[in-house]
Design a protein around this ligand. Structure first.
Ligand code: NAG
Ligand code: NAG
Ligand code: NAG
Ligand code: NAG
Ligand code: NAG
Ligand code: NAG
Length: 849
């Protein structure tokens, strides 16, 4: 009632005084309609808690420059309601601030409230406490779940209304989502699943937000909720009713990473291909999930085993820099789509076959406004097709865009955007001028050792094992399982000097085994399989031996049918090789302790740093398990983004000035697995298609936002579980050291803006290689230039037999000393008669400084 009143007022004032700019967002089969105007929209996922408020305006601006119209984010319930009824909207969780930044940038917002989100986020975004409300079953027709879900969703909706953030109130939010990818798992929830879907939709619609609701991957989403597509390709997607537009909520331009796994890559050409195909086939809203992936700070990552980095190989990298050439290639694509928008929205397409796997979709209403998409879905063969009596070259697996049905302004397989060489440049930790003990050479380290096993008073003792998650309730990653055994003097292994074998089975996720305070070994599951086995010889002595097993979670399950019931922790412990054979300790008396002492005392927080007695040293111990390290440092020089290099450490947690950097674990992927040198963009993409990094750490650097640093006196705290070398820790700066351009003679070269004007021939320009240095730097050196048939990629080009020897001279003349330059592929500049019959190209690598 209150809302209706407000809307009425708004509408009224709008018409009379043009004061309130409330927008009317509706839809039909073709598109969203905002204030009577149809729109084709490019949307970009940027999750606010995966960066910091200081980065938000820059990220949103970089998205806008990349041709994005809409910013999408989930809402992260477990970040906002850490305990029932206690809300948090501070810092990274300042949702209102984030939406207002989007609004100030003049962009729209898509708010995917869920509140289940999956998102490789801890527990899929639902607070762990809700699992312990008696009788609760997540995401089903279950009273406690529906009660809390409605309460939270309503809370968020009311907050947005209060701040007037819905488009119906003059705000940026044009779409909202309830639930998330439930369609994949409905079968787990029996008959109640459909009732839950209907209830979710009806509950959402009853919120009267004045903009449409969507449900992604939900074929049975009831009207008026729009069902949307999540996939690597959505051109063939059809909504479940003829009056709903075709919306793609998740186009994955890369993929997430797990600890111990290789690096996935999705080529820019294929991302562009998928987007062009979507708009070719009548798509209306396309969202990149992720456009900026960011960082799973603290213990927010899910999985299990999702890395702290959520870079996602997205168009903006984890550190906030445009990822080239992907960002630029998609920017060009967005321009080509926008040039065609008018024609695309004016009429339906006519599909013409141009060959067995080649087709044209022509948007021509006969009034002279015409746009066409020519596609070649053959994943091997380039072809020439004839369209309207003109011949066009279509590389394999590509789409050409003709905003006037005549001139190709863009082809998804021809990457004209410049690339860059980005490096992590190490800088040693600098002792802080504000450090009280400055004067010592180098750094002063404070050390605190955790005990292996029970510290303080034990939490409880029990015969057999408890579930790890049921016990910690995710207040910490750590749970100690401790027991003791007595070894008789007459044990054969003592005489032989051999060692018995400790055999442990665990539901997940990782474990360090200590005997008599000494680390015996570690084991863990992996991203595709959490249960694991530990098997290692151990050192036992005659008499009593303390066994202390540190069980760890590495991000809670974030999706799947009934996923909240997946447990972790030990299920079996045995010792083999005793006189009596095998000793099974599984039903023995076990004593438990939740978490670490340092965590409990919060010794990483600015106010609690002196909660324990630290020992100072200039030579911190190496390879020592269960060690807290504290060091006071100055920020690294310059203003580049910073990553903490932890490649010489084992596994643990890190903080700067009390801010949680997160879990570090430079565990390596197997070097015996398959990795690619070059990724062939052609053909259907899947996450395992183009993996690199065999035998390398899945994550070496851990993002430390610049805004967390003070000018001096920064406290870096590290908890190391199994042993590492802290003297080798560095802050590494993310630097763009060079920029590259690679352009072919036949690259579609038009001044895109003038192409639709009278006499589009005027818009024709010559292909040119464009280079642009990062802010405040200039081209100081041309490291490589070759017109001809150079090979390789940015950072490793090499010239071939077909090479114009004056290439470097020509490029130097145009570019040296400039922050930005363009080199045209003209006869004046280059010897075009070289190696006749081949399409030549120009490759340049320049150094910016
Ligand atoms: C909103 O737009 C729809 C169609 O686009 C129209 O039917 C409806 O009357 C409009 N509502 C308001 C309040 O302007
Ligand atoms: C859900 O809603 C749809 C459409 O309104 C209806 O056809 C269907 O019977 C409902 N299902 C259940 C289980 O309530
Ligand atoms: C293509 O060429 C044919 C024959 O030369 C001509 O009749 C036809 O009108 C042309 N079509 C277009 C679209 O220009
Ligand atoms: C994960 O662990 C399972 C079970 O040990 C194993 O079969 C699988 O190969 C592992 N996967 C990877 C990527 O290491
Ligand atoms: C956790 O505890 C509950 C009872 O409180 C039990 O129903 C559930 O099965 C336990 N989970 C696991 C994984 O053991
Ligand atoms: C080994 O077996 C003997 C005889 O069954 C028993 O008395 C003894 O307690 C066992 N020792 C251990 C360590 O289980």
């Amino acid at each position: 009632m209150k809302l209706f009143h407000f809307l009425f007022l708004c509408f009224f004032t709008n018409t009379l005084f043009n004061f309130c700019s409330a927008a009317n967002v509706t839809y039909d089969a073709r598109s969203l309609i905002i204030d009577g105007q149809r729109k084709l929209l490019i949307s970009a996922s940027i999750h606010y808690p995966r960066s910091v408020p200081g980065m938000w305006p820059g990220l949103v601006q970089t998205a806008k420059e990349g041709g994005v119209d809409v910013i999408e984010s989930y809402v992260f319930w477990n970040g906002h309601e850490p305990s029932p009824g206690k809300y948090n909207f501070e810092g990274r969780y300042d949702l209102v601030k984030f939406v207002k930044i989007v609004q100030q940038a003049g962009m729209y917002m898509m708010l995917r409230i869920g509140p289940f989100v999956a998102a490789e986020w801890n527990y899929g975004g639902i607070p762990v406490w809700l699992h312990y409300v008696p009788g609760t079953v997540f995401r089903s027709d279950n009273e406690p779940f529906k009660y809390y879900m409605k309460k939270f969703l309503t809370f968020i909706v009311d907050l947005m209304k209060k701040e007037k953030l819905f488009a119906s109130q003059g705000g940026p939010i044009i779409l909202a989502q309830v639930e998330n990818e439930y369609g994949y798992y409905e079968s787990y929830y029996g008959e109640g699943a459909k009732r839950y879907v209907n209830w979710s939709a009806a509950m959402a619609v009853s919120q009267n937000i004045g903009v449409p609701w969507i449900m992604c991957a939900q074929d049975d989403a009831p009207d008026p909720v729009i069902n949307t597509c999540n996939s690597f390709y959505c051109d063939a997607f059809k909504p479940n009713s003829p009056n709903k537009p075709k919306i793609w909520t998740e186009n994955w331009p890369g993929w997430f990473k797990t600890f111990g796994a290789r690096d996935p890559h999705r080529p820019a050409e294929d991302v562009a291909f998928s987007v062009a195909r979507f708009f070719q086939k009548g798509g209306s809203v396309q969202n990149y999930y992720m456009y900026h992936g960011g960082t799973n700070f603290g213990r927010t990552s899910g999985g299990p085993f999702i890395t702290t980095s959520y870079d996602y190989e997205a168009p903006i990298d984890e550190y906030g820099l445009p990822r080239l050439p992907k960002w630029g290639h998609l920017k060009e694509l967005h321009r080509a789509i926008k040039l065609s928008e008018h024609a695309l929205l004016k009429s339906g397409p006519t599909t013409l076959s141009l060959g067995p796997l080649q087709e044209a979709d022509v948007y021509d209403d006969g009034s002279g406004v015409c746009a066409a998409f020519l596609s070649n879905t053959d994943d091997k063969t380039d072809v020439n097709v004839v369209f309207r009596n003109v011949s066009y070259h279509l590389p394999a697996w590509s789409v050409s865009i003709l905003p006037d049905c005549k001139n190709v302004v863009y082809n998804t397989a021809k990457v004209g955007s410049h690339a860059s060489v980005v490096k992590m440049v190490p800088e040693e930790l600098q002792p802080s001028v504000a450090s009280p003990t400055r004067g010592l050479k180098g750094l002063k380290w404070d050390i605190y050792l955790e005990k292996a096993g029970i510290w303080g008073v034990a939490d409880f003792t029990k015969n057999g094992f408890v579930d790890h998650i049921n016990t910690t309730k995710d207040t910490t990653d750590y749970l100690w399982y401790t027991t003791s055994i007595t070894v008789g003097e007459n044990e054969e292994f003592l005489k032989k000097g051999s060692r018995p074998v400790l055999l442990i089975e665990s539901k997940g996720h990782a474990l360090h085994a200590f005997v008599n305070q000494k680390l015996q070994g570690s084991a863990s599951g992996n991203g595709s399989h959490s249960p694991f086995t530990f098997k290692s010889p151990i050192s036992l002595k005659a008499g009593k031996n303390e066994i202390a097993l540190l069980s760890m979670t590495v991000g809670l399950q974030n999706a799947g049918g009934l996923y909240e019931w997946v447990g972790a922790g030990l299920t079996s412990v045995k010792i083999e090789g005793l006189n009596n054979g095998t000793l099974d300790l599984s039903m023995s008396s076990w004593t438990y302790k939740i978490g670490l002492q340092g965590e409990h005392l919060g010794i990483y927080k600015p106010g609690n740093l002196n909660g324990v007695k630290w020992v100072s040293t200039s030579e911190p111990p190496k390879n020592q398990p269960l060690t807290w390290y504290k060091v006071v440092v100055d920020p690294p020089s310059g203003d580049e983004p910073v990553g903490l290099d932890m490649v010489h450490m084992g596994k643990g947690l890190a903080w700067l000035n009390g801010e949680e950097i997160g879990r570090y674990w430079p565990i390596k992927s197997s070097k015996n697995l398959e990795c690619v040198q070059e990724c062939d963009y052609r053909g259907k993409f899947f996450p395992d298609k183009c993996l690199t990094g065999c035998g390398e750490p899945s994550q070496r650097w851990y993002h430390v936002p610049r805004s967390w640093f003070k000018p001096t006196g920064n406290v870096l705290v590290i908890f190391e579980e199994k042993g590492g070398d802290p003297t080798k820790i560095t802050f590494s700066k993310r630097k763009t050291s060079g920029v590259c351009s690679l352009i072919t003679e036949d690259y579609p070269a038009f001044d895109q803006e003038s192409i639709l004007k009278e006499g589009s021939e005027n818009g024709k320009t010559r292909p040119n290689a464009h280079l642009k240095c990062p802010k405040d730097t200039r081209i100081s050196n041309i490291k490589f230039a070759s017109f001809g048939n150079p090979t390789g990629k940015c950072g490793s080009y090499s010239a071939s037999d077909c090479h114009d020897p004056s290439s470097t001279f020509v490029v130097e003349k145009v570019c040296l000393g400039k922050s930005e330059c363009s080199v045209e592929l003209t006869e004046e500049n280059f010897d075009k008669s070289l190696c006749p019959g081949t399409t030549k190209k120009l490759a340049i690598e320049a150094v910016c400084s």
